[in-house]
Design a protein around this ligand. Structure first.
Ligand SMILES: Nc1nc(=O)c2c([nH]1)NC[C@@H]1CN(c3ccc(C(=O)N[C@@H](CCC(=O)O)C(=O)O)cc3)CN21
Ligand SMILES: CC(C)C(=O)C(=O)O
Ligand SMILES: [Mg+2]
Length: 276
């Protein structure tokens, strides 16, 4: 049975590390939930990993809902977080609440995630007041990577670090049940993790977070376009897939596939049809 917001929050005090992985379709969602992963994130990384965009910026609400529905069908009992795409929460609290509610009502998500600190606190409050559980996301926020100067480590300098700690505290105050911290020096993440009561979920944020999140395609070696330093490839599926597909291609060309065991046979002589 899946976890709840209460259970996920409690895991911080229990010092039980939380695992979160991305899922964009029912097949992967089923595999991940079978492994006991604590929560699935329908990330807007969808745009880069499966839709072929160069950033997460073009991803739409409709695309997110379409994939979140598939993830819910594949993992009916797992805690699922819908990642609010760029444009779905920047135009006002009302729009953000309407879009957040779509993740819950239309797609069956348990919570939503959105990027930013102090500037998104009114939106976080609005969503929480509307009954939507919200996960924050600070550090490297890919939807604003343009302003950050690319996909770079955040919070290295003391001033940036102080600001990040302030943003984390503001998000907690606004009511997030957890927050993602992305691409931040591990010693700063330790300070932030000790300063907030809600679980921190790191990606490229070191060992001191209360949990870890990765893009599933990165960890199984199915995304070849780039590999961030924080990724550990627990498997390398791309060469395996290419090997299998090449074998299929060669066997079809060589007329070795399909064999009789892959075919449907019959004793009827259908050649008589040619004489009719
Ligand atoms: N497949 C995939 N994995 C991800 O983790 C991911 C996505 N896509 N798409 C959305 C964002 C983009 N992310 C990224 C993308 C690149 C780097 C990267 O190359 N970072 C540099 C750090 C450079 C520095 O030192 O400042 C690296 O070398 O890892 C990091 C996060 C994380 N998210
Ligand atoms: C990498 C995680 C945190 C994310 O936001 C995504 O997959 O979109
Ligand atoms: Mg995202």
């Amino acid at each position: 049975m899946g976890r709840s917001v209460t259970e996920i929050r409690a895991m911080k005090a229990e010092k039980k590390k939380i695992t979160v992985l991305t899922a964009y379709d029912a097949a992967m969602a089923r595999l991940l939930s079978d492994c006991g992963v604590d929560a699935l994130l329908v990330g807007d990384s969808l745009g880069m990993v499966v839709l072929g965009y160069d950033s997460t910026v073009p991803v739409t609400m409709d695309e997110m809902i379409h994939h979140a529905k598939a993830v819910r069908r594949g993992a009916p009992d797992t805690f699922i977080i819908g990642d609010m795409p760029y444009g779905s929460y920047q135009t006002g609290v009302r729009d953000a609440v309407l879009n957040g509610i779509r993740f819950i009502k239309d797609a069956g998500c348990d919570a939503v995630k959105l990027e930013g600190g102090v500037s998104v606190c009114p939106v976080v409050k609005g969503l929480v007041e509307a009954g939507v559980s919200v996960m924050g996301h600070i550090g490297l926020t890919p939807q604003s990577a343009g302003q950050l100067g690319g996909y770079k480590v955040q919070g290295r300098g003391l001033d940036d670090a102080r600001r990040m700690l302030y943003e984390a505290r503001a998000l907690e105050e606004a009511g997030v049940f957890s927050m993602v911290i992305e691409c931040v020096p591990d010693s700063l993440v330790k300070v932030i993790t000790e300063s907030v009561s809600v679980p921190t979920i790191g990606i490229g944020a070191g060992i001191h977070c209360d949990g870890q999140v990765l893009v599933t395609h990165d960890l199984v070696g199915m995304f070849e376009k780039f590999t961030p330093k924080f990724v550990k490839k627990y498997a390398n599926l791309s060469p395996l897939i290419k090997e299998a597909v090449t074998a299929f291609h060669d066997e079809v060309r060589a007329e070795k596939y399909p064999e009789e065991e892959h075919s449907f046979t019959s004793k009827v002589d259908y050649r008589q049809l040619l004489d009719e």
